[in-house]
Write a protein that binds this ligand. Structure first.
Ligand SMILES: [Mg+2]
Length: 392
């Protein structure tokens, strides 16, 4: 077997996924109408290549297109001549040139990490989940995100997605608070949407109420959650700011519903600290926030050893990133619904969709292709047409 796969270069291609999500198109307060996204191609000296997606959100992850592009140029210089199959050493080289001492460059690094896994998998004839240690499953129940702005619209959407076969619904309960600041009336408006969602949704479907850090107060969170104590399909996601793990412990001990942490999980080490403190029942794992599949696998291992669940999440990504999301979700012991339809419900590439292969979705089930690497490719001519047609 060939073991040394010398990296020739890391190339970047700007792409322009547009938001099609309800509430995102007309809400530029925090949710963007176009997302920073760079396609990454890592080529070996024999011409074989792997592809990845460096995608981020400016507000949410504190990164921009220009910043990711600059990181990727540093990684290109650092990785030329390195062995792509030694993914641990490739990460070491990347953190040595950017973001080793503080969080930074994670989404760019994730794009390279995806491409490395794709490249090595293609050369070895193995799917990425096999490189990561093996799949518990290759078909996944799914979760979708609901940003509807009124209780009526939220209830209707919950029924609609339950009917489509989704097993997890992420009900957003922080947007008004994020836009207007914490106030009693705005808080009650968020709670009314959650109440409508819970009343409408069958109990076999999990409701993750996601506050995106907007509830701010541990005490108010506990008080508010008491009104939902009869709903055993409810979990509360990231009610408090990402660094407030002590507050999260308080909510977990007194709120009466399971606590999910999302923005708090920005590295395997952060997951370890959450586990030590007993600050969560489950985490949301975003592969770009932790720096790729290599770091995600460490995070999953820590969580499973600590008895914490793992829900794998899109950025949102295009089909490239969402396929990578399913490869890491395959490595999670417990089958929590996977959020891998960023490319369906959040984003559109317009008329020049240059991605081929990847996961397929039917009746609320996502399926990985049976193919080496990520199981996905790019039509480079159509990509050029996309780049010519869009404002990049
Ligand atoms: Mg979240």
């Amino acid at each position: 077997m060939q073991t040394d796969i010398k990296i020739a270069n890391v190339e970047t291609f700007l792409v322009a996924p547009k938001s099609i999500k309800e509430a995102w198109e007309d809400d530029d307060f925090v949710w963007p109408s176009q997302l920073p996204c760079i396609l990454v191609r890592v080529s070996a000296e024999d011409g074989t290549y792997g592809i990845g997606e460096a995608a981020t959100q400016e507000w949410y992850l504190g990164e921009t297109t220009a910043q990711m592009d600059a990181c990727l140029k540093l990684y290109d210089r650092a990785l030329r001549g390195a062995d792509a199959a030694n993914i641990a050493q490739c990460h070491r080289k990347m953190v040595a040139v950017y973001g080793g001492g503080m969080p930074g460059g994670r989404s760019a690094r994730c794009g390279v990490d995806m491409a490395l896994h794709d490249l090595v998998g293609k050369i070895r004839g193995q799917p990425v989940h096999a490189l990561l240690g093996g799949a518990y499953r290759t078909r996944f129940e799914m979760l979708t995100n609901l940003y509807h702005k009124t209780p009526e619209a939220m209830a209707e959407a919950c029924l609609d997605f339950a009917g489509q076969g989704f097993k997890g619904l992420k009900v957003k309960v922080g947007d008004v608070l994020l836009a207007d600041g914490w106030g009693r009336d705005t808080f009650l408006a968020e709670l009314a949407k959650l109440e409508a969602a819970l009343e409408a949704t069958p109990r076999d479907i999990m409701i993750d109420a996601d506050a995106n850090q907007g509830w701010e107060s541990a005490a108010w969170t506990v008080t508010a959650l008491r009104r939902f104590s009869g709903f055993d399909n409810l979990s509360i996601e990231q009610p408090l700011p990402y660094a407030d793990l002590a507050g999260s412990v308080h909510v977990r001990n007194h709120g009466g519903v399971p606590v999910i942490l999302d923005e708090s999980v920005w590295s395997a080490e952060a997951a370890m600290q959450i586990a030590r403190m007993g600050a969560a029942d489950r985490i949301v794992l975003k592969i770009n926030r932790v720096g790729g599949l290599h770091e995600a696998l460490k995070t999953i291992t820590i969580c499973e050893a600590a008895g914490m669940g793992v829900s794998v999440d899109t950025n949102p990504f295009t089909l490239i990133g969402d396929t990578a999301v399913c490869h890491i979700a395959a490595c999670c012991r417990n089958p929590y619904p996977v959020d891998c339809e960023g490319h369906v419900s959040f984003l559109s590439l317009g008329e020049h969709d240059f991605i081929t292969g990847g996961i397929t979705i039917e009746r609320g089930i996502a399926s990985l292709p049976d193919a080496p690497g990520l199981g996905i490719d790019v039509d480079w001519d159509v990509l050029a047409e996309h780049q010519a047609a869009e404002t990049l």
